[in-house]
Design a protein around this ligand. Structure first.
Ligand code: 2RA
Length: 331
């Protein structure tokens, strides 16, 4: 039956995409409440042929709300998530605030949907986009070959930094094309025509928080406590899709044909892999689309029982908004 849905952070890149996904997937929305900072209150947002007025987010914004989708940063989720849950809403949080908390399921619907049922705090966490996109390729292989370790390098779109990241890339490209000066604001260095080996902050072991998410979240989502992961996360001048180069080592012997066959019938992921004919996944193919694409599947030349592969997915969509709406759909 129709649900009263709230979107917190409705005017951000992910919040906008959440609204689009609800519309496009004909989610049974009886009422949509869109919540944002006072700055955005009063804005009109189109939804299902009508205009919804943005309301200022307060602790009392959740009366009667069935599902509250959060994507406004960890601070807002920490402060207002519990109030939404206390008001009886199921909170689906896109931030990293609760992902590793006991009693908060971390869910990719194609991989561990049942986990969403056990939510003692009324909160379900949406994994990090790079984790989701990587696991959409690795989960089917894990089923067949038994995943042991992941060595990965990510090529992350600027949309991961929100609308401001997209604007920064656009402005720098224009400035460079017209010989205008510019000052990097979102990133420590120029991102246009460059790559930056830092996503999120560095921790004391030399890895960034983003790189450790793949390890910690991967273990929780797969229920695989001794999965090993070593990751390098890089920001690249791409607008909306993340790409990940993966070396995955397995318990059992692997071969490419069996690997490709593992994806047959798996929702949300497609094999696009015919390098001889220049057929492989690229960000321009996944942007705005639901499916993650996997290609360049080949046996690793160094490690036993290991495959190299390349997976690409829309960071804003499957990496965040679509995954959250799919969790709402399984509720
Ligand atoms: C990023 N995955 O790409 C992080 C947060 N979306 O910046």
């Amino acid at each position: 039956e129709a649900k009263h849905v709230a979107i917190v952070g409705a005017t951000g890149a992910v919040g906008e995409e959440m609204r689009l996904c609800l519309e496009q997937r004909k989610f049974p929305v009886g009422k949509l409440t869109v919540l944002a900072s006072a700055r955005s209150a009063g804005k009109r947002i189109p939804f299902a042929g009508q205009d919804v007025i943005v309301e200022e987010l307060t602790h009392d914004s959740f009366a009667g709300v069935d599902i509250a989708l959060f994507s406004a940063g960890g601070g807002i989720s920490k402060e207002f998530g519990p109030s939404a849950a206390a008001a009886g809403a199921v909170v689906i949080d896109n931030s990293s605030a609760f992902r590793m908390d006991e009693g908060v399921p971390l869910v990719v619907p194609e991989i561990n949907p049942a986990a969403a049922k056990n939510r003692p705090r009324g909160i379900i966490a949406n994994p990090n986009c790079t984790t989701i996109i990587s696991l959409m390729a690795l989960a089917p292989l894990h089923e067949v070959f038994g995943l042991k370790s992941i060595i990965a390098s990510s090529y992350q779109a600027v949309s991961g930094s929100g609308a401001q990241g997209i604007i920064e890339l656009e402005e720098q490209v224009k400035a460079i094309a017209t010989g205008q000066p510019f000052e990097p604001k979102v990133y420590p260095r120029q991102i246009a025509f460059n790559v930056i080996p830092q996503v999120d902050v560095f921790t004391d072991n030399g890895y960034t928080k983003e790189e450790l998410k793949m390890l910690n979240e991967g273990r929780k989502i797969l229920g695989h406590a001794d999965l090993k992961v070593s990751c390098t996360c890089v920001r690249v001048p791409v607008y909306r899709s993340h790409s990940v180069s993966i070396t995955a080592q397995f318990e059992r012997p692997v071969d490419v044909e069996a690997a490709r066959a593992a994806f047959a019938g798996k929702p949300g992921v497609k094999v696009v892999d015919d390098p001889a004919n220049k057929v492989f996944p690229v960000p321009l193919d996944t942007t705005g689309k639901d499916d993650c694409l996997v290609g360049r599947i080949r046996k690793n030349l160094v490690l036993d029982n290991a495959l190299d592969l390349w997976v690409v997915g829309d960071q804003v969509r499957k990496g965040a908004a679509l995954n959250a709406v799919q969790i709402a759909e399984i509720l």
